[in-house]
Design a protein around this ligand. Sequence first.
Ligand code: M6R
Length: 611
Amino acid sequence: MGYTGHRPALDVVLDGLRRLEYRGYDSAGVAVLDGDGGLAVERKAGRLANLEARLDEVGRDSLTGGTGMGHTRWATHGAPVDRNSHPHRDTTGRIAVVHNGIIENFAQLRAELEADGIELASDTDSETAAHLVSRIYDGDLAAAVRTVSRRLEGAFTLVVTHADEPDKVVAARRSSPLVVGVGEGETFLASDVAAFIEHTRNAVELGQDQVVVITKDGYEVTDFHGEPVQAKPFEVNWDLSAAEKGGHDYFMLKEIEEQPEALANTLRGHFTDGRIVLDEQRLADQDLRDVDKVFVVACGTAYHSGLVAKYAIEHWTRLPVECELASEFRYRDPVLDRDTLVVAISQSGETADTLEAVRHAREQKARVLAICNTNGAQIPRESDAVLYTHAGPEIGVAATKTFLAQIATNYLVGLALAQARGTKYPDEVAREFHELEAMPAAVQQALGTVGQVRELAHELSDSKAILFLGRHVGFPVALEGALKLKELAYMHAEGFAAGELKHGPIALIEDQLPVVVVMPSPKGRAVLHSKLLSNISEIQARGARTIVIAEEGDDTVKPFADHLIEVPAVPTLLQPLVSSVPLQVLAAEIARSRGYDVDKPRNLAKSVTVE
Ligand code: M6R
């Protein structure tokens, strides 16, 4: 958040940060310019409350002035500790920067700064921006920010202040959110409107690759080359609580809609010069070549992402892959040695069952690669290597965008293994990656089903139970659809491999029982498609009400579907990324129709730290 105007900046910024805190709880910090050439910064690891306690301790007298900015951090580069908290300063201490996003070429920029004799004070990618601005600053902060923005690769929102220009705040945006709030004699900058709508409802959304300068009298927008840009103003008509949820009634729906962005962020930077690059993980190519068996261990939704991965990793690498519930893994004496790769998936990185499985695997000398959404959490700390999903913070207890990001990351691991082991030619690896890269757009298209699914959810909200069927990668999607419904709508739900139906579960089918069927593509594995058509006709003949998730244009399925939900056509292994979307919405909306709290289902916690 940034502010300049007639009020004390510290109060306005702290209020704004309270509204934005859900975006990251790893640290918080503020910078205030006193107007006489002074720039004061305070920052603290942990929640905003820690920063406020720190301000009470040191006093707020040094932080007076009408221009300031603040940040709550969700760590990507560098552990969540004080020195990695924002704002970051240049070596003169006169420039302060806060940053959201990931600067992909930061290693190169950091090396360049160090070669210039600049000692960086943090492990973050963000700090490089402060020094780069400082190095070229010649009295025009906006010009310096534009020049630096042109050098940065990746996604960023930068907010920058300089003690020599105390009446303005400069910000730049590429692929990360940034809005301007225009008040009377005051102007605001924030990642979302929730930060300022108690002061003004007049907002301006910035476009890609734009720089904005705010003063108390207004704002000016240019592109990264200084050409003026006409930004589009809009009026915010949400109330405060809706604004925090991006205009939605609950966080989970906001997070479902953030899935294209979460996927794009997770994939960003992982394919360079024709190769998969997993630079955060600390396993060398030789380690990957030595692997002779893969175990995926995880719980709940993360486990379902592992089940999806099994199909892809075995197909691409010809390595045997076992996917196992972390709570079962260590109690059954699995066969592990130093050539076993254990992939431990956990959104929180704190799940006790998964952590114990990691410890057990390492005791047995297996190599452990963590896939995690929370920087610096216990599971990555105790693993040999880590790959972070960059889905952003997930507030809803039910995992949604982190599920898709986990699937994408598992696929990156599979492709990296195939590349290192030579089981796929480089052009095949490249093709698979490019197909993955097209998925944010496909997921965006799948989000077009929200309205239809909402209506269906309303109709199904009185059902006693719902069954879910799938084959191949559609089977874990069915399990995930059922888990979502159980945890949110407190409704009996079960997922089955469709081929298992005739071995028992078909006895459950009775008149009007809703059964969700996740259809494979007719163009992919035709045999799977025709087998599943037979399964649907078997349950339809017994009176089930069929809800079919199928590829758009699949006409063969129409006679079997009481409700047809069409998702975009994508390669078979990538189908879970689109077919999961309507199932997430279905569970959330049935829960809502039943009057339940979608974001905080009963008896559950976001992070389960007991075995
Ligand atoms: O943080 P983790 O990914 O380790 O959590 C694992 C499960 O507890 C989690 O996925 C849980 O099943 C979700 N609430 C499902 O929506």
